[in-house]
Write a protein that binds this ligand. Structure first.
Ligand code: ATR
Length: 272
């Protein structure tokens, strides 16, 4: 049995062990995958011990994604541009390789929904770590991105980093161009603080489809609930992205790509 884990704090609610267990079963891989509570002060040592005991890889979630990135010896381009990693793999020579599968997970889920075609106009709400983690794969999928943030300077900083990779412009959240958007993605943490709408209803009504990178067990996220309230029904939360980023991590570790859409359907049925 090869050992894997997801590290985060908090971690008890993580669906990753369920998802990775299903991938292992589906592809007949002998692996053990557990949720591990990282300690805010001693995470570096915890991770070193985990790998010195023979673990082959892990996922990393909040608040350790940039710390894990710094601890790795080698980085994929998408992890480097994100300055964060959600996947670590122990290489044959013992060094740690960092990848970030969040963005390719989002693109894979948008493909499942049939919501991604080249040269679409996407409005992304929010310019924090979640957005930085997904921009490269979206630009590589030839998406034309309008990046809106409450604090304009943060959106401008991301645009400076990502401009060499495709079409992307920064705007203030209260100065979003009034044009139609094929897709509006919520990447703000607004819903978490009980503030349901990071942007006005007039702007949301310019969208054709709505994706929330968050998901909530057993209910609509505040953003999705708000869209539905406005009569905007072409909506999806981030559960598919969660399963798809896990599938890409699994592929990196095991060299086998699981059937993510099948596992997504199973997980959706099983979670309360
Ligand atoms: P994460 O890692 O989840 O992206 P983060 O890096 O703290 O977390 O970023 C949170 C994002 O949500 C930011 O874009 C933030 O906007 P600011 O940069 O202006 O702070 C955005 N955000 C949080 N609460 C918001 C709200 N009530 N309305 C609009 N944007 C909000």
């Amino acid at each position: 049995m090869d050992d894997y884990a997801v590290w985060g704090n908090p971690i008890a609610q993580s669906l990753s062990p369920l998802i990775q267990g299903k991938f292992a079963q589906q592809t007949q891989q002998a692996m053990n995958y557990e949720a591990k509570l990282g300690d805010l002060d001693t995470f570096d040592q915890q991770l070193a011990t985990f790998f010195s005991q023979g673990a082959k890889g892990c996922n990393v979630t909040a608040p350790f994604k940039s710390r894990a990135y710094q601890l790795a010896d080698e980085h994929s381009e998408r992890a480097r541009l994100a300055q964060a990693c959600n996947t670590l793999k122990k290489l044959e020579d013992g060094r740690l390789y960092a990848d970030n599968t969040d963005g390719i997970g989002l693109v894979t889920d948008l493909q499942r929904l049939n919501w991604i075609k080249p040269h679409q106009r996407i409005l992304i709400l929010g310019a924090g770590g979640a957005t930085q983690g997904v921009l490269l794969p979206l630009l590589q999928a030839q998406q034309n991105i309008v990046l809106a943030n409450r604090t304009l300077a943060k959106a401008q900083t991301l645009v400076e980093i990502f401009q060499p990779y495709g079409e992307i412009q920064a705007v203030a959240m209260d100065n979003i161009p009034c044009q139609s958007y094929d897709l509006i993605i919520n990447a703000t943490s607004a819903g978490l603080s009980g503030n349901t709408a990071p942007v006005s209803a007039d702007i949301l009504k310019l969208g054709q489809a709505f994706y929330d990178m968050q998901y909530a067990k057993g209910s609509d996220t505040p953003f999705i609930a708000h869209c539905k309230h406005l009569g905007l029904m072409n909506v999806s939360d981030g559960l598919g992205m969660l399963v798809a980023q896990a599938a890409h991590s699994f592929h990196l570790w095991r060299g086998v790509m699981p059937d993510f859409a099948k596992v997504y359907c199973e997980v959706k049925k099983e979670i309360p």
